[in-house]
Design a protein around this ligand. Structure first.
Ligand SMILES: Nc1ncnc2c1ncn2[C@@H]1O[C@H](COP(=O)(O)OP(=O)(O)OP(=O)(O)O)[C@@H](O)[C@H]1O
Length: 906
């Protein structure tokens, strides 16, 4: 290796310990980066790459950012998922012999950000640890360093549960044992952009022993200890604000798996992953950042304990009936800052005087909140009031000590009030007296010399001086003034007396600044002792915030309090999809009822495209979730069971990025539901089977329905375009058909969005295509093909060919009879008992033709059997040619490519 300079050797030595981070190496007023770090950082941060001589044969790539503006650059790197090690000079350069000692003082990572853009007010910033134990148990711990909250759980054997917990907590970083197998690491990073870190030490650090005291299980302790050890090692300080770790079991909450959370758009929309348009967006009427975070946690983990839900409902109801008190409370909540994160920064040592003034102002709202709650005179309100601890000692201290508007910096004085500290007052007197003396000296000198324009000024170089314009110089007495500086139009002088006072003033000011900082640190340390109380207060305020916002929303949007039943019954009158309703205004939205009980476990929903099938299904799930977080629900009457889990298969072909075909994802999601659902679960399956050929799809759909009906008994809503399946109600006692109605008016389809009993009688696929403004010529052609298909079907049926008129694909399996799917296809129809004799036939042909009509974009339809391979290719090429690629998103383009390829291979 080349002989580098001692400083570069020091750099390389430190860098060796931080291979996976950018090393910000402090050199004077800059943080410098070298070698690979410099090349990469210059690209990521768009800063100039230079080079320097480091003693070796070649120049070393280098780039740097100024110390005072480093924060922004660090945030940029963290947001991109990188880690940054801050390496400071840890001894006074003047005192150093040789190279100044330098050490990494903090490793900032995506999961350990404490301030700045990396933190979203209304979102937690969790870092998790995953530990594998013998017997297949996983320990999952997570901590939000900015708020200090931590929790841990043990997950038996199922790695999907680990992935779910990671996604529910929204963790940005995961800490693993370095021996974690690669395949698990790959799985962890597949679903989201996670920073991975390692910590092998699981010994409980003394500083955190008390935080782990409540944990009975050794594995839980070790998992949390791994996380704390990592935090301690990277942050290099005691983290006094960390709260005791709570142990939870995933069975304590309604389980909503990763897919369902996404499909139901609980906290973000599928398309843009934005909050706007999600359930969280609708429900978030909170006034504080902490309340916003609590709401998100509640949505991610609805309760299954009826008692807990009813307690929340009781408070919501109370606030609905106490409008003025609610209004008063919400006004006051606006004044409450983020107590939890303030407390975190107090412990971390990066809080400033302004933050503490905000803390004081927040705490001053607490007595008013308590008073308002107590004025309601209800037990539930009194319970909430009880939990609000105003921490008067902190308010008093901050009120007495801090001025109203201190500066941002804590090292420049002007923070502490007069009268708070005797010594400080003395210094201030000295400084003020000196300044008064100087002001009177100016008066005296003017009188003495008769120079009206004489003035006393101050600058950093010469200190105080007497300034006289050149025209008046002759009026000064010789020998009394020492000339210090000549300007173009004036001269500046000093006198021994002036310098003496100046020394006094400057010394006093220096002492003031030092002492103010010292006092500030003492105050901060005192506030630190109140952190647990502040954190408890923060929880109570958050709860009050969320519950009043539920009340606000429930009243505004005419939601109703759901009753819970143990009868596994759903009764919703005038139910609405809360988000769609908000977007389209209540007048336009068509409310729908839903009734399910032990005789009506599965609802098979048919109806045209665009009629509102998915909206209806989603609204049932969202209503259940809203009910179980304690909110009222969008209906005029609601009775619900407590669901243990919600499963969904709804959604678009948006999974190409994860490398799985749409159909495969569909099957994985279906399997997840089938493997885990119980009779207390809710399943929503939207057009299962549509991703494969008609017969395959229909067969799978039927088999899935039968399986749920016979073996699971979960409340299930299943929408389908396979009208043949509607005949299943003859066989499956607990399956009922419902449909979304539509009518035809002047050749155009009109969606009524109204759910009705029974199966739909028509598909309207071509009508929908017409609404989408496909070319008239094409629509005409589709109608022609449809007719041809219908006729063909009729002929086939008449000639005894296997027909699509059969009620379902395979005879239903009962006992030992194996009425297999194949038999159903090849032999005579095994279960041909459609409800209506003629209609199902029509339904089938319309349905089939709709699908074929869609295919006709690309290939010849079966009725016009001239399809040659070259013609098919030509159609694909034509389609390619027509595409306006610049107008497509990458995902749309990928989907289209996938589709085209599928057409070619078909
Ligand atoms: N109850 C309703 N009242 C008013 N408008 C509704 C209602 N339900 C759905 N809609 C509107 O109809 C649109 C289509 O609904 P949705 O996606 O649920 O239809 P779908 O039947 O599932 O369609 P597809 O079969 O094509 O997937 C919605 O975006 C919404 O604007």
């Amino acid at each position: 290796m080349a002989a580098y300079t001692p400083m570069m050797m020091q750099y390389l030595q430190i860098k060796a310990d931080y291979q996976d981070a950018f090393l910000f190496f402090r050199l004077g007023d800059f943080y410098e980066m070298f070698f690979e770090d410099a090349i990469k950082a210059s690209q990521e941060l768009e800063i100039t790459l230079t080079s320097r001589d480091g003693g070796g044969t070649e120049r070393i790539p280098m780039c740097g950012v100024p110390y005072h503006s480093a924060q922004g650059y660090i945030e940029q790197l963290i947001q991109k998922g990188y880690k940054v090690a801050i390496c400071e000079q840890t001894e006074d350069p003047k005192a150093a012999k040789g190279v100044v000692r330098r050490e990494v003082v903090q490793l900032i990572t995506p999961g350990t950000v404490m301030e700045g853009r990396g933190l979203n007010d209304k979102e937690n910033n969790f870092i998790a640890s995953v530990s594998a134990f013998k017997g297949g148990t996983y320990g999952f711990a997570c901590s939000d360093l900015s708020t200090g909250e931590s929790r841990v759980t043990l997950l038996a054997g199922n790695f999907d549960d680990v992935l779910n917990e990671l996604s529910l907590s929204g963790s940005k970083e995961v800490v693993l044992d370095s021996s974690t197998p690669d395949e698990l690491q790959k799985k962890l990073t597949e679903r989201s952009v996670l920073a991975i870190s390692y910590e092998d030490n699981t010994e409980v650090n003394e500083a955190y022993t008390n935080l782990l005291e409540g944990l009975d299980e050794e594995a839980a302790k070790l998992s949390a200890a791994r996380l704390f050890n990592y935090l301690h090692r990277t942050q290099k300080r005691n983290l006094d604000h960390l709260q005791p770790v709570t142990f939870y079991e995933i069975q304590q909450f309604m389980k909503i798996d990763f897919f369902s959370k996404r499909n139901l758009e609980l906290t973000e929309t599928i398309r843009s992953t934005a909050k706007k348009g999600s359930l969280l967006w609708l429900l978030d009427e909170t006034k504080t950042a902490m309340g916003g975070r609590m709401l998100k946690q509640w949505i991610n983990r609805p309760l299954i304990n009826v008692q807990g839900i009813r307690q929340r409902q009781e408070v919501v109801e109370l606030f609905i009936s106490h409008f003025f008190e609610r209004h008063e409370i919400r006004e006051k909540l606006k004044e409450v800052y983020d107590l939890e994160r303030l407390a975190g920064r107090v412990a971390f040592g990066n809080v400033n005087a302004r933050d503490l003034v905000q803390l004081k102002k927040s705490l001053m709202q607490v007595p008013v909140l308590k008073e308002t709650l107590n004025s309601i005179e209800a037990e539930a309100a009194a319970r909430l009031a009880e939990k609000l601890d105003p921490c008067e000692e902190v308010t008093d201290l901050l009120e007495q000590a801090l001025v109203e508007s201190p500066p941002i910096s804590v090292k420049e004085g002007n923070i502490i009030r007069d009268g708070y500290d005797g010594q400080l007052d003395q210094y201030r007197d000295a400084s003020r007296n000196g300044k008064t003396w100087i002001a009177s000296l100016e008066r005296q000198e003017r009188e003495k010399t008769g120079i009206k324009s004489l003035k006393i000024g101050y600058n950093r170089v010469f200190g105080y001086y007497i300034e006289v314009t050149k025209a008046n110089l002759h009026l000064l007495q010789e020998g009394q003034y020492e000339r210090k500086q000549t300007l173009s139009n004036a001269e500046r002088f000093i006198t021994p007396e002036l310098k003496e006072k100046e020394d006094l003033i400057l010394q006093a000011e220096e002492k003031i600044v030092e002492l103010e900082y010292e006092i500030f640190v003492n105050i901060r340390e005192t506030v630190k002792e109140f952190i647990p109380r502040l954190q408890a207060l923060s929880k109570a305020v958050s709860e009050l915030d969320v519950l009043t916002s539920f009340a606000e929303l429930s009243e505004q949007r005419h939601y109703v309090k759901p009753a819970f039943t143990e009868e596994r019954k759903i009764l919703l009158k005038d139910g609405r999809h809360p988000v769609v309703e908000k977007v389209m205004s209540a007048q336009e939205y068509v409310p729908n009822d839903c009734y399910m009980d032990s005789e009506r476990e599965l609802l098979l929903i048919t109806g045209p495209n665009m009629s509102g099938k998915s909206t209806y299904m989603r609204q049932i799930a969202l209503t259940a979730i809203m009910a179980q977080i304690g909110c009222f629900v969008p209906a005029s009457e609601a009775v619900l069971p407590v669901f243990d889990q919600v499963f969904t298969r709804i959604g678009a072909a948006d999974d190409l990025i994860s490398g799985q075909s749409t159909f495969m994802v569909e099957m994985l999601e279906a399997n997840n539901a089938i493997a885990n659902a119980t009779e207390s679960s809710l399943i929503l399956f939207d057009e299962i089977g549509r991703g494969t050929s008609t017969y395959d799809g229909m067969a799978l759909a039927q088999a899935i329905i039968e399986y749920i009906h016979d073996k699971i008994g979960a409340k299930t809503l299943f929408s389908t375009h396979y009208h043949e399946l509607t005949a299943l109600d003859q066989e499956l006692g607990k399956l009922k058909n419902i449909h979304v109605s539509a009518i035809e008016q002047n050749g155009k389809v009109v969606f009524l969005h109204k759910i009705k009993e029974g199966a739909a009688d028509k598909s309207y696929g071509i009508h929908v295509a017409q609404l989408a403004e496909l070319p008239a010529e094409l629509i005409g052609r589709a109608a022609e093909i449809l007719e041809a298909l219908e006729n063909k079907d009729k002929t086939d049926t008449a000639s005894g060919m296997p027909s699509s008129q059969m009620a379902s694909l395979g005879g239903r399996r009962t006992g030992g009879q194996a009425g297999s799917f194949k038999e159903g296809l090849a032999g005579p129809v095994s279960m041909p008992t459609p409800v209506k004799e003629v209609e199902p036939l029509l339904q089938q042909t319309v349905e089939k033709s709709e699908e074929e009509a869609q295919l006709s974009f690309f290939e010849e339809v079966p009725s016009v059997k001239s399809s040659s391979a070259s013609k098919k290719e030509k159609r694909v090429l034509d389609k390619l040619n027509e595409l306006d690629i610049l107008d497509m998103t990458p995902l749309q383009a990928m989907n289209m490519l996938y589709e085209l390829q599928r057409k070619l291979r078909n």
